[in-house]
Design a protein around this ligand. Structure first.
Ligand code: NDP
Ligand code: 8X3
Length: 249
């Protein structure tokens, strides 16, 4: 029987690349996101037999619960959950911070990940197997200037990754954290609220990571022998030796 992987935030970037990577290895894939047209486009491209879509906002626990309950029986036994949906908004000193940005980052990156993990881990516990992969960030290992609240949310992901591993280990469930540096996706366009010119500058003058690099790592973690748990992978562009430092040509 094909394994089932659910990837939050499958409408672009790392999540979409993960969906493609797992599909190419014969998994059935559930992708989620708020942009329904993108979800349906992906399903049309890869077919309804192997792709299921769930259109909801991870910040709303009621939507999370309803979406997961709406899955047909043969899609309910999720083997792998990739907690990927997330974002940064703004880049400024905390004392000039935008409270709406803070709330959106905290609600998405921390609370959304918790809502998803709580629901999906219930079935995994019953079946005594499963794997949760949390997409953190180098921003969850280090802090960079003006990254304050985004860094704080990703430090929380790092802590939750460890906490989940401790609490789910007795049930045979694996938990892995993947912590990338700069990956060129829609991340910076979102961070700068649609300012594509400013977003482009982030990736100029060095070879950034691409979403497929991270999808490869996620797939690697999930395809080890069952007794092997990859706890943490920190993956950086060669030119980015630490958070906030990029050597540009
Ligand atoms: P993208 O902006 O390309 O993708 C983000 C995804 O998250 C989209 O599919 C988006 O879907 C989804 N998403 C955002 N908010 C919500 C929400 N409220 N409800 C449901 N889905 C949501 O960025 P990336 O692919 O780069 O980001 C993926 C993850 O990787 C994030 O957690 C990010 O913090 C992390 N990361 C990114 C790095 C980078 O440099 N790009 C580096 C380190 C970590 P939709 O808008 O359709 O809802
Ligand atoms: C994003 C990582 O280094 O681009 O999570 O801010 S970085």
């Amino acid at each position: 029987m094909k394994k089932i992987v659910l990837i939050t935030g499958g409408t672009s970037g790392i999540g979409k690349a993960c969906a493609e990577r797992f599909l190419s290895d014969g998994y059935k894939v559930i992708i989620t996101g708020r942009r329904q047209e993108r979800l349906l486009g992906f399903q049309t491209q890869f077919g309804e037999n192997d792709v299921m879509t769930l259109n909801f906002d991870v910040r709303d626990n009621n939507q999370v619960v309803q979406a997961l309950q709406s899955l047909p029986e043969d899609w309910k036994n999720i083997d792998v959950l990739v907690n990927n949906a997330g974002l940064a908004l703004g880049l400024s000193q905390f004392y000039d911070g935008n409270v709406d940005h803070w709330n959106t980052m905290i609600d998405t990156n921390i609370k959304g990940l918790l809502y998803m993990s709580r629901e999906v881990s219930r079935g995994m516990k019953e079946r005594q197997s499963g794997h949760i992969v949390n997409i953190g960030s180098i921003a969850g290992k280090e802090v960079y200037t003006n990254g304050n609240v985004y860094c704080a949310t990703k430090h929380a992901v790092d802590a939750l990754n460890k906490a989940m591993r401790i609490e789910l280990s007795p049930f045979g469930i694996r938990v892995s954290g993947i912590h990338p540096g700069a990956v060129e996706t829609e991340f910076s366009v979102v961070r700068f609220e649609g300012d594509e010119e400013r977003a482009k500058i982030v990736y100029q003058g060095f070879e950034n990571l691409v979403a497929e690099d991270i999808a490869d790592a996620v797939h690697y973690c999930c395809t080890r022998k069952p007794h092997v748990n990859i706890n943490d992978l920190v993956i950086m562009p060669q030119a980015q030796p630490q958070a906030g430092v990029i050597h540009r040509k």
